[in-house]
Ligand binder design. Sequence first.
Ligand code: PLP
Length: 449
Amino acid sequence: MPLTNVQTRDVEALLHPYTPLHKLRETGPLVLDHGEGVFVYDTQGKRYIEGMSGLWCAGLGFGDKELIEAAREQLDRLPYYHLFGGKSIEPAIELAEKLKEIAPFEASKVFFTSSGSEANDTQVKLAWYYNNARGRPEKKKIISRQKAYHGVTIVSASLTGLPNNHRDFDLPVDRILHTDCPHYYRFGEPGETEEEFTARTVRSLKELIAREGPETIAAFIAEPIMGAGGVIVPPAGYFEAVQAVLAEHDILFIADEVITGFGRTGNWWGSETFGIAPDTVSVAKQLTSAYAPLGAVMISEELYQAFVEESAKIGVFGHGFTYGGHPLGCALGVKAIEIYQSRDILSRVRALAPQFQERLERLRDHPLVGEVRFKGLVGGVELVADKTTKRPFAANHGVGGICAKHLENHGAILRAIGDTIALCPPMIITSDELSQLFDSLEKALDDTE
Ligand code: PLP
């Protein structure tokens, strides 16, 4: 099909993120124009049910009038100010207070960023700063995991454990290590039980720490559920065992709740769902339901005190972003949390989760489906070339992308992560809309055969 005018303008002007650039020039992008509830509409007026909340972020859907009003009011009052050098704004204070109230650990202070990548970048800098403040300059390495996704800045992309984020970008940088991915279906050995697999995975972490020297390891970072690695839900007992290892060696646990925060798994935090007691937490995305860019890092009193001492020594805490704590983002964050509470979004996720699970489990019988994974309202469907042997499709087959394209034809948007189709619908979705989304997915899978 020839490109439309707007598609031609797009390929002439934009360098797209996360896109097979060589193909886009032929296919052109899907150009979205407006949205309402769980639906978005393209420039031709075609409607799609948006089953990914954009990029796991627009949890309250599109066109929420309360959020839009909160944004308008804040722009009228004060469109920009910052938190540098002793300045402040009330929306940032209020949002920090709210985050402290709901945090999955005893959070003492909140540091604002503009994105999840900046939040995780900040986490690494803070872990280094903390250990310098505590007189442990050797304790600097950060352990992440294969298939983790923590962002795309130089350090957060290094934390990310996906080859395409490293290859030819000359990453990862030094002092970032990767341990095993806790995905039983993919990495469990023949005859190995899930418990044995978990024990082996944790043993491998232990061995890595011993090899590197525990005195050189500052922190371990993990998403409670790996999102962009393919919606990988950890086995029962995994995080408990990991935390026991970290506690032995005074290694901080950084929880990356950028996807799993704010009700996605049926609790406020993935940390609650999976029994994680973090030392520090990164958030973004559903923090504002994605109506404006904003991220944050929540830290303990122990870390904060170390930063106060270090800043007294150096003269300043030399870290901060122009848009970190932007008034628009903060006003939207305050309103989003109020809505999660007033509309009882957590109960809504819990009420819809059984239907979500049942429709995913039904897909198990499909000849293309190797595994389905889920928690709350986030899920993944892994497509395989051979169900019995779990043999994946050839790397250049692009089965996920083919299925995602068929989904668009059936009026739905989901995300192909390699061969896994990810689902992360807005948490305001109704039962009927959820059925509609799965009906489209079933048709798209049939077309993909
Ligand atoms: N951490 C996780 C778990 C994510 O899923 C993402 C983005 O998908 C990030 C960090 C990076 O966030 P951003 O794209 O806002 O920089």
